[in-house]
Ligand binder design. Structure first.
Ligand code: AMP
Length: 421
């Protein structure tokens, strides 16, 4: 069973369903794309007890949790207590995403390279700190999980002050009752995923996502507007440094602190001139990076997940197709501040070869599709080069239409330039 209802979960369901183990697939609450592959139950992802009861009634062998919020809320313990298997971390380990202050302190103790930071639980103290800061930009982050929207890279004191006031004014709810202000890092960003049983790791190839709403990385942060993988610009040696200096010490420190981590760990990394530094950790697959990683996977994901659940990943390896993948997110009008729904979507009837369409904020009524959220669809193109993968993705995007549809036109553009070299 896959818990969640976005494009990430659609990609997970599709990949798991293709396993040679021929699983019977379930999902909650799912979406129209998922409902074509799995039996869906209308249970919200945060309703832990009903999910547990459903898993028990249907004798679910393994539950894979897509979004962070059930994990931060303790879905793993809830299932484990009922003798049900879960691919995902405990509530204590999920704090690595649930609290940025917790994550920063853990990194500090583990000696993980990351931006210097200060934490505040009072607006006045945070504002005084900003006044004394010698230079900008600086980064203001809500402590709690805020769906990728709690981070402001502030280029001026005014912008930073506004972010501080927003957080303490309740813009992110309880997630903003505490904030951190940290050093702004420069470099290239990468998302690194590893499957782990708490001791050993199985690394996936890295991906890059695009968090800002507009082309050229302008505008506010979103849940993610696109992604591509693999990353031509990342040297294998740099990747090895990320695994050895960021991922492994973090996992060891979590185990030392009595919260061993199992499931998928996601590190957001900035590769700076002085080496890779951790930006953040997430306790689950990234969205939309998952959508460019899973279509290229050559190894059975279900088997890997089951092996990690019983602590048996040593000596395993993940193989990859030679193809590249590019994902373009189609968002509804008003996103990320708001979203519009109920607009009919056309152009989903035929999916060209080499293209995957993953459903996210979408609804199906009488065989027609309508928008039902901020990020509506993920269009993934694959091909032997980034140029081809990208061309396929954007050609498919051109076929799709709904009122107010917005998307970035520069996803993976820089990768083409790098591919040419
Ligand atoms: P996070 O949710 O912490 O990954 O932050 C969201 C985005 O904000 C990241 O993907 C970066 O683009 C940006 N960001 C976060 N922290 C920093 C930092 N210290 N320096 C520069 N950019 C950052």
């Amino acid at each position: 069973m896959v818990v969640g209802s976005g494009g990430r979960e659609h990609a997970l369901v599709e990949t798991l369903a293709a396993s040679p183990l021929e699983p019977e697939m379930y999902a909650a609450p799912g979406n129209p794309g998922i409902a074509r592959i799995a039996e869906v139950a209308d249970i919200p992802a945060d309703d832990l007890i009903p999910l547990r009861d459903y898993a028990r009634e249907n004798e679910i062998d393994l539950t894979v949790v897509g979004p962070e919020s059930p994990l931060i809320g303790g879905i793993a313990e809830c299932f484990w207590e009922a003798d049900l298997k879960v691919f995902g971390p405990s509530r204590a380990a999920a704090r690595i995403e649930g609290s940025k202050v917790f994550a920063k302190e853990l990194m500090h103790h583990a000696g993980v390279p990351t931006a210097r930071f200060e934490a505040f639980d009072q607006e006045a103290a945070a504002l005084a700190y900003l006044r004394a800061l010698p230079e900008y930009p600086t980064v203001v982050k809500a402590d709690g999980a805020a769906a990728g929207k709690g981070v402001t890279v502030a280029h001026s004191r005014e912008e930073a002050e506004e972010a501080v006031r927003d957080a303490f004014g309740g813009k992110f709810g309880a997630a903003g009752e505490r904030i951190i202000v940290e050093e702004c890092l420069e470099g290239r960003e990468a998302s690194v995923f590893v499957i782990t049983d708490g001791r050993d790791i199985l690394p996936f190839l890295p991906a890059q996502d695009y968090k800002r709403i507009y082309d050229g990385d302008e505008g506010p942060n979103t849940g993610g507007m696109g992604a591509y993988s693999p990353l031509m610009w990342m040297e294998p040696a740099t990747y090895a440094v990320i695994l050895e200096e960021i991922i492994r010490p973090t996992l060891s420190q979590l185990a030392l602190s009595g919260a061993p981590y199992t499931g998928l760990l996601y590190a957001g990394v900035m590769v700076t001139e002085t080496g890779p530094k951790a930006l953040e950790f997430n306790c689950r697959f990234g969205d939309p990076e998952t959508q460019v990683i899973l279509p290229r996977l050559g190894t059975d994901l279900l088997e890997l997940m089951m092996a990690s659940e019983v602590g048996d990943i040593v000596g395993r390896e993940i193989t990859w197709s030679a193809d590249k993948a590019v994902c373009v997110v189609l968002a509804s009008e008003g996103y990320p501040e708001s979203s519009s729904s109920g607009d009919e979507i056309s152009g989903l009837e035929e999916i060209p070869s080499g293209v995957y369409i993953y459903h996210a904020g979408i609804e199906e009524r009488d065989g027609r599709f309508y928008t039902a959220g901020g990020r509506v669809l993920n269009v993934v193109g694959t091909g032997p080069t980034i140029i081809e993968a990208r061309a396929r993705a954007y050609a498919a995007v051109e076929q799709i239409h709904f009122e107010g549809m917005q998307y970035r036109t520069d996803i993976a553009l820089e990768a083409i330039e790098l591919e040419d070299i």
